[in-house]
Design a protein around this ligand. Sequence first.
Ligand code: WT7
Length: 635
Amino acid sequence: MSNYHIKHLEEYYQVYRKSVREPESFWEEIAEEHFLWRKKWDAVLDWDFSKPEISWFKGAKLNITENCIDRHLTTRGNKTAILFEPNHPDEVAEHISYNELYKRVNKFANVLKEQGIKKGDRVCIYVPMIPELAISVLACARIGAIHSVVFAGFSAAALATRINDSDCKMVITSDGSYRGSKTIDLKGIVDEALESCSCVETVLVAKRIKTEIYMKAGRDQWLAPLLAKASDVCAPEIMDAEDPLFILYTSGSTGMPKGMVHTTAGYMVYTAYTFKNAFQYKENDVYWCTADIGWITGHSYIVYGPLANGATTVMFEGVPSYPDYGRFWDIVQKHKVNQFYTAPTAIRALAKQGTDVIDHYDLSSLKVLGSVGEPINEEAWHWYNENIGKKKSPIIDSWWQTETGGIMISPIPYVTPTKPTYATLPFIGIQPALMDENGNELKGNQVEGRLCIKFPWPSIARTIWGNHQRYKETYFSAFDNKYFTGDGALRDEVGYYRITGRVDDVIIVSGHNLGTAPIEDAINEHPAVAESAIVGFPHDIKGSALYGYITLKDTGETRNHDNLRTEINQLITDRIGPIAKLDKMQFTHGLPKTRSGKIMRRILRKIACNETDSLGDTSTLLNQEVVQDIIDNVL
Ligand code: WT7
């Protein structure tokens, strides 16, 4: 029996029990046998959720890129590590072997060093889905610089906030990007962001599109000539197990985005282990995750997890609808993809196109289908199973978060019997708990509550950059001695988990985690707006979409509501990005409030979801009369 690779259900239960009873010796064995260490640890685990402080493999020394690249060179040097599929199908795909990846990462690492980047410095990476994105991530890790990847769909203001929060010294970007039929002026967005970032000294620019761009003297440099001069050998910086590897921002229900900090050894061990098992990756498989590396899914399951296993990982630059809705299936056929990992929102958008387009492609290479980012509804699950998996490929509905670093609850394909809409069983080493509102753990099966995790796992985020107090309050204060996920879940009669959705003010739109507060802040900046409240409502493609209730200032003037809607969505696009635009905007005479002045989003949510029969008690409201008025004018 190998604890590293679970192959049948009985083995799962056996290994799971071991991982819970003796977590330290379990993870120690995995770490010992499957990774390259410069020095072994002094202690496997130290933890105290009340502080909270968590460390795994303390005292160990390693470099994650040696594990993801160097150690594969003797056995897999010519194997494709990254298979880059460009935006347009006429442009040829690029097969980057482990040998070539080694050279390109080392060259890039040397460029970073020459530009004054040292261990511990923060580097912001704002690059589209081109090879330079993965390579710059690995180059940072090679020299111990902390990468902070910002999804290249975020606006200048959102980028600036993230650069400033972690005090980045450098930004890596590209002249522009291709996304379907659009060309985006990425460098222009960086220039705008940097007007308010005094910490950035250098901008490195990869060339992707062919238009002229502005280069600021003394700050901006083209990457290609620097790489051409750089040596392709760069000794890896030897890191402590708990040195930060990266910062990745995620939205909170209130306030600034949270810069989640992941550290080196535990993150490596857990993402590698979960990748191997959740996808049942075999040596010659081609694995494709459609996420962007700008999200945690891309960090853990395009870059680090697959490469730590010596896998071939596909990186796709484009979108599912370009040049037509057959694009995903075209890529599956062309590269004989074996494991395909995507989001429910993409599945629903593709399902809407019917099955004719699928029939043109040979999808017989597929062995495992994955879903991540939000609950997958039953209809989408069946569509995916029947039309893409032809009922032969198990669907792994994998639940996890930016904060968890890796997959937490998920079937293991060909091991765990699946059940539509259920993420099924906890991964090896994961100890979930469902809690009631009074803070008691709900024992046994057939219970529903708030989802917590009782015991640390190796890839849990260690802090929020610059704000440990907020880390403690957000995740470790709701329930004593437990990590609180912010999600609700139920456990069925056999112990399978189904995630029911967020229990806070985070709304998941097309798999993107959006906090209501920053969007409301953006809307409230409009001079005509007095106040606003955002809630989610069901949407057949996006899962949830945003509904805004907006009260205008009483100026005596009449306003053109259509113009206002356009202006408000533009403000949101500028402040956050187009993903946060509202689908519906209702202008109201007021918002329902408690006597202490808190907006009752619960009521607004019910109205937006057409559930006005179950509004509950509204008598404690300060201004009960606005509720009927809002219902009468609902969109
Ligand atoms: C939130 C985390 C994990 C990578 C992508 C999202 C929701 C995620 C599932 C799933 C139901 C899911 C949760 C979670 N979520 N996967 N399989 N079933 N809900 O990372 O942006 O940090 O969002 O996404 O609500 O808390 P993220």
